[in-house]
Design a binder for this molecule. Structure first.
Ligand code: ZN
Length: 270
């Protein structure tokens, strides 16, 4: 699943390709998860922002300047901009730009979401509506991050995946950040010192992945068809059965709250 660094890579490539162009036609899969894509017709794209793992495409028109197109890539979603209209059975939404190009959303497993709504009116998207701070927001600091984590008794891995304490983490960067901060993924209480270490690790792991264009596993592609380069730099995620880069113990794997989790039994003690 694309996480913050992958979505940020896509945002950075997509914005210059579509900003300032008017959407003159659209077509969408009839599922309610995609059908409102056609409501973008007639609007000019004002920019592409990101919140957590969501893309927020600003829309402006002569009659309505308060709409936005929100795209969540789900497990397998991707966006492309092409001169030719897509001939792909997995195309779930297509927007025709006024210079003849087409933006389209491809999603094999259909866990993605495309919706046009009033700007900032996110009640229909509960995860986005309740989303915690962006990881690089300077208002997020070790103290309020710790306080936020103490509001739940969930396992730390599950807390981080909930998006409520910090936005944008999925399975890859959660496992990486917990490994780097030496916190066991099943811990239910993380003290102030470990919370501070964890926040630092989250920021470092994400910043490094962004600088490497994201991680390509299976289906992730950037709009130019390229792949990220971060997959060769993972220390923990996907390396179960291999030695820990720090202590050489064999990395363990188990399912925690339905999510496959890899950690070092020696470095990440409870
Ligand atoms: Zn280790």
């Amino acid at each position: 699943m694309p996480e913050l660094p992958e979505v940020e890579s896509i945002r950075g490539q997509l914005e210059p390709l579509i900003r300032g162009f008017r959407i003159v036609g659209a077509n969408a899969h009839p599922s309610v998860k995609f059908s409102s894509a056609v409501d973008a017709i007639g609007h000019v794209v004002t920019g592409v922002e990101r919140r957590g793992k969501y893309l927020l495409v600003g829309l402006d028109s002569d009659w309505d300047d308060r709409r936005e197109l929100i795209i969540h890539l789900g497990m397998t979603g991707g966006l492309q901009v092409d001169d030719q209209p897509p001939r792909d059975p997995h195309c779930r939404a297509r927007w025709d730009l006024d210079d003849g190009r087409h933006l389209w959303f491809r999603d094999i497993r259909r866990f993605g979401r495309v919706v046009v709504l009033n700007r900032g009116d996110h009640q229909s998207l509960p995860t986005l509506h309740a989303m915690g701070p962006e990881p690089f927001d300077p208002r997020l600091n070790p103290r309020n991050f710790y306080r936020s984590l103490t509001s739940t008794r969930q396992r730390i891995k599950t807390s981080l995946l909930s998006q409520r304490h910090v936005a944008g983490l999925g399975n890859i960067y959660t496992d990486e950040a917990l490994w780097r901060s030496r916190i066991n993924p099943v811990s239910r209480r993380v003290g102030p010192e470990r919370a501070s270490r964890l926040l630092g690790a989250i920021r470092n792991v994400l910043a490094e992945a962004i600088s490497h264009g994201g991680t390509t596993l299976r289906d992730f592609r950037t709009p130019d068809g390229g792949q990220g380069r971060n997959q060769d730099r993972l220390d923990c995620y996907g390396r179960a059965g291999q030695p820990c880069p720090t202590c050489s113990a064999i990395l363990a794997r188990r399912i925690i709250d339905q999510r496959s989790t890899t950690w070092c039994p020696t470095c990440q003690i409870r």
